[in-house]
Write a protein that binds this ligand. Sequence first.
Ligand code: NAD
Ligand code: DAU
Length: 355
Amino acid sequence: MILVTGGAGFIGANFVLDWLADNDEPLINLDKLTYAGNRSNLASADGNERHLFVHGDIGDPHLTASLLAQYQPRAVINFAAESHVDRSIHGPEDFIQTNVVGTFHLLETTRAYWSALPAAARQAFRFLHVSTDEVYGSLTATAPAFTEEHRYQPNSPYSASKAASDHLVRAYHHTYGLPVLTTNCSNNYGPFHFPEKLIPLLIVNALAGKSLPVYGDGRQIRDWLYVKDHCSAIRRVLAAGRPGETYNVGGNNEKPNIEIVHAVCSLLDELRPRIDGKPYREQITYVADRPGHDRRYAIDARKIEAELGWQPAHSFARGIRLTVEWYLANQQWVKDVQSGAYRDWLAKNYSQRQA
Ligand code: NAD
Ligand code: DAU
C-alpha cells in the first residue's frame, strides 16, 4: 500500500479518488483536516476498504512512525501543506510549521522506517514530495519557462516554505540515499478547489452576486493545469521517475488572470445566466494588488514528457468547462465549505483592498 498525506485537500482528494478508481492498491490517507481539508471531499470513498483515513499531523513523529511500522507502505506521497499565498502573507507561521517542520519530521520518520527495510523493499521504496513552480520565483514576460535547472528564488512566505521543504527532500537523498522524487507543478484547477483560490472564488462570488476581485492590473500570468492531469503526472513519476530527480509539471497553458476571469464569466453566462440577463463581467472589480505578487509563472515540461511520456489530457477549454459544471452541480459542497472561518478570511483579505 501507499501512504498519502493531505489527501482531504484539493489535489490530494482528487488523487485519492482517482487512485482508488484506477487500481487495487490500498492507501492510508493522513490529514490534519485544517480549514482546507474536508472529509466530504472523500465521501465517494466511504465504505471503500482500500481507503484508510487517519486524522493527524505530518509533524507528529509518533503517529507517522506507528503508521509506517503498522502498514509498511511501499511509498509516501506528501501533499500535506498550507497552500494559499495570501494566507501566508497574513500569517506565515503555520506555513513554516507544516511545510518546513512537518516535512522534516515526515522525512525523519520515513528515513528511520526505510533504513530498516529489507534490501529489495528499501530499493523499491519512494518518497514523492509534491511541490510547486512558485519556488522558482517570477519570470519576466519574455523569459524562457522554468526548467528543473532554474534557480530557486521564492518570493512569498508560502513559496519560501515550499522551497525549504524541497531542499530538505533533496538533502535526504544526497546525504542518506532516501529514494525521493519531487514534482514542481503549476496552478491547478478543478473539483474540490477551496474557494479562497482564484477560479473557485470567481465561480462562487459570481453566483452569489458578489464582486469578482482582480488583483492589480490582472495581467499576471499563470500556467493552468486541470487537477486530474496533475494527478496522472504524480502517478507516472511514482511509477517511473528516477530517485533524486525533480520533474516540472505544467499545462503549456499560460494565461493572464483577466483572461481566466473572462473565461469563467462567459461559461457562467452560458450555463447559468444572470436573472437580469446582464453579463457576469459587470461584477469584475479591480482591487489592491497582492504584496510581492509574482508576475509570471510558466513551466517547461519537456523533461517529464521526454523521460516519462506524460502529457496533460485536458485542454484549458475542456478543463474549465468541467470545473464550472462541477461547481454548478455541487452547490451543497460550496455551501458547506463557507463556514464562519471562511467568511472571516474573506473579510480579512478583501476588506482593506481599495478598488
Ligand atoms: P490544500 O490547501 O487544498 O490541501 C492541503 C491539505 O493538507 C488539506 O487537506 C489539509 O488538511 C492538509 N494538511 C495541512 N497541514 C497538514 C499537516 N500538518 N498534517 C497533515 N495534513 C495537513 O492544498 P492543495 O492545493 O491540494 O495542494 C496540495 C499540495 O500541492 C501542496 O503541497 C501544494 O504546495 C502543492 N501544489 C499545489 C498547487 C495548486 O495549484 N493548488 C500547485 C502545485 C503544487
Ligand atoms: O503555481 C502553483 C501555485 O498556484 C500553488 O503552489 C499554490 O498552492 C496555489 O494556491 C496557486 O498559487 P497562486 O497564488 O497562483 O493561486 P491563487 O488562486 O491564489 O491566485 C491565482 C492568481 O490570481 C494570482 O496571480 C493572484 C490572482 N488573484 C487571486 C485571488 C484569490 C486575484 O486576482 N484575485 C483573487 O481574489
